[in-house]
Design a protein around this ligand. Structure first.
Ligand code: WTA
Length: 690
């Protein structure tokens, strides 16, 4: 390998990781801690091996001929026209997979299962938060998607047009996404917790033509208003061409109505023709844009296309989750607003004809045992959830899950952030009766599908480690000079070969695409390597441990947020002069947002400062969404800066995490950190629930 840039300079936090490796901090969340002494191993049981889906031979096959391996996986899908070339990598980093083949993504997720005689199989067991429920068969789901496709066509949506989806976790979210895909249009799903400003930015960036939303959705026993947020987002003139808004009735909350613009979903579907024949599109037809935080204030529109994406999500869903579609009941708890919801609620499971549970609400509504009651009710066999949720349940105590019958569970998955060995073992012991394999799956919005994971029935699992690249995926850990690290070493995670579900670009920004992901390292063949932005370590067995982000991206409860995005929300408030945001480790949420703020008015009493801090937390939630609300806003009079004026975030992280402050000699004023530490000590943690 050769290197294109000195990573230490580009990603100063990388140095921090090296320091952490040398001197683990005291946080029990840190996988690095346990890495030194983690010797628990869980080999697959004989019964699991007997019925396993994944063949051990997959590794060898992929090793021998990676492209032919992926071509074979792709042929499991229904192609209207077969492809003749697997990969065109003649113009890196722009890849084309299966490019001369044509297919219809929705047909693969629906019609072909009905035609195969599985129309009566339940596709979705949907559970509303208030307790209402609906089971929808593949035949019914297909019929609904056909009508919805006809509605979209009637509204003038053409192949390639962008449609925004801002919905709660209700079947119509899945139906919308599939209907958009069915007609070759591109969905941009916006998480229902995002604010009007965030919705508007996303609608503008992709020049959206139509928005699908709901009056409201149920969350924590209340109706979360969605349509009013869309109204507010569209009220300001933007760069988009939205002329219609389709509205699903769910919350029954009072909403304003524009006769010229708004249409009820149920009326439009009732009036639509029931038949729709799926047309085929090129494998590289854009399927969706999904915005994710980067290191600047502006979220990136990650673009995914059709054939390669569907191939990898179907393959991984089947093999990583050991899916037996005739008997399994699968539940991925992610919201469709995130990539996990795209790949492992919608496309992977439906491409495989799985029966799954979809739940609208939060885990503790109306009471803390809701998830476990749902598992008991539907006999869930495979559960895919995030470490934050697992750690929260751990804190609440095992009595709560143990009040439900969880004996149907036979496989557990984890995603979104590193899972510490203690949480991993608790998950297996308490939720999985000490028997279920656990797959810790590493991947990203950009990778589209799972990249690193154990394969159940094959891999001997190891708490806290994501373990090995899946067959057909090439991962390496490099030093900042671009050399592979030896076993036991830490470095930067890269993907060394193109993969089918890889992002095809950043919407409207090819330069940022190249710069962000492909400019750090070059392979021996001269092609750029994909830099994921994560630190990783290879243990003595050569297995992978993910160490978190090395850039200014935070991971809060498995959701990505950038420090710059929150800083710009803070300084948009008139009382703020300057701000610096860091992600500090948090026992439950992995990381938490801690903001240091200098106010314009310098001499304030403590009471006024406390009020400012509450006000600013609320302001960030309004600007971006509740997930971005800082855990703490600390009012300070100065920030630690170098002589050239750069804020030293790692010192702020040290302070926020209660560690000894690192080297301050490069600060313009080394005394600044003392007053910041004092401020932190005075700060009473804000009320997390408001
Ligand atoms: C982190 C979510 C450790 C990582 C699918 C990555 C993980 C970012 C894991 C992507 C895991 C995801 N172990 N870290 N199993 N899975 N991450 O785009 O930092 O929302 O870069 O995709 O989450 O977050 P994203």
């Amino acid at each position: 390998m050769t290197t294109g840039a000195a990573i230490g300079a580009v990603f100063p936090i990388f140095r921090q990781i090296n320091e952490d490796l040398a001197m683990p901090n005291s946080s029990s969340n840190s996988p690095i801690d346990s890495l030194q002494h983690e010797d628990r191993r869980f080999p697959p049981s004989a019964t699991f091996i007997k019925n396993r889906v994944a063949e051990p031979g997959l590794y060898g096959e992929a090793q021998e001929n990676r492209l032919e391996f992926w071509a074979r996986q792709a042929r499991e899908l229904h192609w209207h026209k077969a492809f003749s070339e697997t990969l065109d990598w003649s113009n890196p980093p722009f890849a084309r997979w299966f490019a001369d083949g044509t297919l219809n993504v929705a047909y693969n997720c629906l019609d072909r299962h009905v035609l195969a005689g599985n129309g009566d199989r339940v596709a979705l067991h949907w559970e509303g938060e208030p307790g209402d429920s609906r089971s929808i068969s593949y035949a019914e789901l297909t019929a609904e998607v056909k009508r919805a496709a006809n509605v979209l066509l009637g509204l003038g949506v053409l192949p390639g047009d962008r449609v925004a989806v801002y919905l709660p976790m209700i079947p119509e979210a899945v139906i919308s996404m599939l209907a958009i895909a069915r007609i070759g249009a591109v969905h941009s799903v916006i998480f229902g917790g995002f604010s009007a400003d965030s919705v508007r930015d996303r609608i503008d960036d992709a020049d959206v033509k139509l928005v699908i939303t709901a009056d409201g959705g149920w969350r924590k026993g209340k109706v979360l208003p969605l349509k009013p947020t869309v109204d507010a987002a569209l009220a300001r003139v933007g760069n988009h061409s939205v002329s219609k808004v389709l509205v699903v009735k769910r919350g029954e909350n009072t909403i304003e109505w524009s006769d010229a613009r708004d249409l009820w979903w149920h009326e439009a579907l009732a009036n639509a023709a029931p038949e729709h024949e799926a047309q085929s599109f090129e494998a590289e037809q854009p399927l969706f844009i999904l915005y994710t935080s980067g290191t600047t204030g502006k979220p990136k529109g990650i673009l995914h296309t059709s054939g390669g994406y569907l191939t990898q999500v179907a393959f991984t869903h089947k093999n990583v989750f050991d899916l037996h579609p005739e008997t399994d009941v699968y539940w991925c708890t992610a919201d469709v607003g995130w990539v996990t919801g795209h790949s492992y609620v919608v496309y992977g499971p439906l491409a495989n004809g799985a029966t799954q549970v979809m739940y609208e609400g939060v885990p503790d509504a109306p009471a803390a045992g809701r998830w476990w009651k749902i598992i008991e009710k539907y006999g869930v066999t495979i559960l895919y959830a995030a470490p934050t949720a697992i750690r929260t349940f751990m804190k609440l105590g095992r009595e709560i899950p143990q009040a439900s019958d969880l004996s149907s569970l036979r496989l557990l998955g984890s995603v979104g952030e590193p899972i510490n060995p203690e949480a991993w073992v608790w998950y297996r012991e308490v939720i999985g009766s000490g028997l279920t394999p656990i797959v810790d799956t590493w991947w990203q919005t950009e990778t589209g599908g799972i990249m690193i994971s154990a394969l159940p029935g094959i891999t001997t699992t190891k708490p806290g480690s994501a373990q090995v690249a899946i067959p057909g995926i090439s991962i390496d850990v490099l030093t900042d000079a671009g050399e592979p690290v030896p076993t036991g070493g830490g470095g930067l995670l890269v993907v060394t070969k193109p993969w089918p579900a890889m992002l095809r670009g950043i919407w409207n920004d090819p330069d940022r695409f190249r710069k962000t992901y492909w400019s750090s390292f070059t392979g021996t063949d001269g092609a750029p390597l994909y830099f994921a932005g994560d630190g990783a370590r290879l243990d003595d067995d050569g297995e992978l441990w993910l160490l978190g982000r090395v850039d200014d991206v935070m991971n809060i409860s498995g959701h990505r947020l950038s420090t710059a995005e929150i800083e710009s929300a803070l300084v948009s408030h008139p009382i703020v002069a300057e701000s610096a945001v860091v992600g500090a480790s948090d026992e439950t949420t992995g990381q938490a947002v801690v903001a240091f703020v200098i106010l314009r008015a310098k001499q304030l009493d403590k009471q006024t400062e406390a009020e400012a801090s509450v006000l600013l937390r609320k302001h960030v939630a309004e600007q971006i969404g509740a997930i971005a609300r800082p855990r703490d806003v600390i009012i300070v009079t100065e920030l630690p800066k170098t002589r050239s004026g750069k804020i030293m975030r790692r010192l702020l992280r040290d302070a926020a995490e209660g560690r000894a402050i690192g080297d301050v000699t490069t600060l313009a004023d080394p005394a600044v950190m003392n007053s910041i530490v004092d401020r932190l000590a005075e700060h009473r943690p804000a009320d997390f629930n408001n």
